[in-house]
Design a protein around this ligand. Structure first.
Ligand code: F6P
Length: 329
């Protein structure tokens, strides 16, 4: 595909923040400057497009941010962009400034908005997957997932100390509204005895069965990792049900890790991934690509249609479930 003479590219972060978003912004800005394109930062995601809250960025605008969590551009989940009126305002503001293409860093909801906008106005939009959930298809990893899972295992390792000291059974809730990726990965890495995820409704019976088994093996403490979107009920309901059966054997405790999973310094893997994808996004736009997402599969940068990236979810590898079962007996 022939190179287009792009003069101005806008960049924004949208949806839940993820560690490594700053590294991605930095890479987009620096790649623009490298290729003689003027980068524009858009504040608060799609809201900034609608409110015309954008500013010209320089190489120095992104200094000293590669190691910071969060996003210097800030982020929102913007209802206005769901309306035709809101998107029209966004388009008009981009036109006024002469911004000819957009890089959006975010997750599923962000890409849905980008795809509609790109189609409606035939506007070049490029997606970079930034979400701790790792639930976007077309990439092996999303920016933020590695850091979030490392934060989780650090917390779970600490909970294990108190669990073993007191014969306690801990239910630990991790993030993932619709996805069990954080749960399955951190559960395996932290040596959890049970992992409950929304994709596999293994239910209470399986949990009770497994608790009975380990009770027979005289296990004195237990860690159960529960994804936020788990379908058998809230973590408190799960804990109450188990208390009725095992309340004498174990003291039952609940810990909800919450937003600590979203913050913090990005890991090396997330910084490198973000840098690769930021540069790849600018290069794809220069090459005339539209409405695609850049991702990494088998260590190589790949392009996936935004439509596909939003329609298909990243599915949990069955092997991981089997491994979790085997190593937790
Ligand atoms: O999509 C990322 C995510 O962190 C989910 O795992 C979680 O369910 C959600 O965002 C929480 O969103 P908020 O910060 O708006 O409560």
């Amino acid at each position: 595909m022939s190179d287009q003479k792009l003069q101005k590219i806008g960049v924004l972060t949208s949806g839940g923040d993820a560690p490594g978003m700053n590294a991605a912004i930095r890479a987009v800005v620096r790649a623009c400057i490298y290729y003689d394109i003027t980068p524009y930062g858009i504040r608060e995601g799609y809201e900034g497009l609608i409110q015309n809250d954008m500013y010209r960025m320089e190489a120095g605008s992104v200094k000293h941010i590669i190691h910071q969590g969060g996003t210097i551009l800030k982020s929102t989940r913007c209802d206005g962009f769901r309306t035709k009126e809101g998107r029209q305002k966004a388009y008009d503001n981009l036109q006024k400034r002469g911004i000819e293409a957009l890089v959006v860093i975010g997750g599923d909801g962000t890409f849905q908005g980008a795809n509609i906008f790109g189609k409606e106005f035939d506007f070049p939009v490029l997606g970079i997957p930034g979400t701790i959930d790792n639930d976007i298809s077309g990439t092996d990893f999303t920016i933020g997932f590695d850091t979030a899972t490392n934060t989780v295992i650090e917390a779970v390792d600490q909970i294990r100390d108190t669990a073993t000291s007191h014969n306690r059974l801990f239910f630990i809730e991790v993030m993932g509204r619709d996805s069990g990726y954080i749960a399955i990965s951190s559960g395996i890495a932290a040596g959890a005895e049970e992992i409950l995820i929304p994709e596999k409704d293994r239910g209470m019976d399986k949990l009770i069965q497994s608790l009975e088994q380990s009770s027979r093996r005289n296990k004195t403490s237990r860690l159960v990792i529960v994804a936020e979107g788990e379908k058998s009920g809230s973590i408190y309901e799960l804990a109450d049900n188990v208390k009725q059966k095992f309340g004498e054997r174990y003291e039952i405790k609940v810990t909800v890790l919450g937003h600590i999973q979203r913050g913090g310094r990005p890991s090396c893997a997330d910084r490198v991934l973000a840098s690769r994808l930021g540069v790849a996004a600018v290069e794809a736009l220069k090459g005339g690509k539209k409405r695609i997402m850049v991702g990494v599969q088998n260590h190589k940068v790949v392009h996936t249609n935004l439509e596909k990236a939003t329609k298909q979810r990243n599915t949990i590898d069955e092997d991981l479930l089997k491994i979790a079962d085997i190593v937790s007996i």
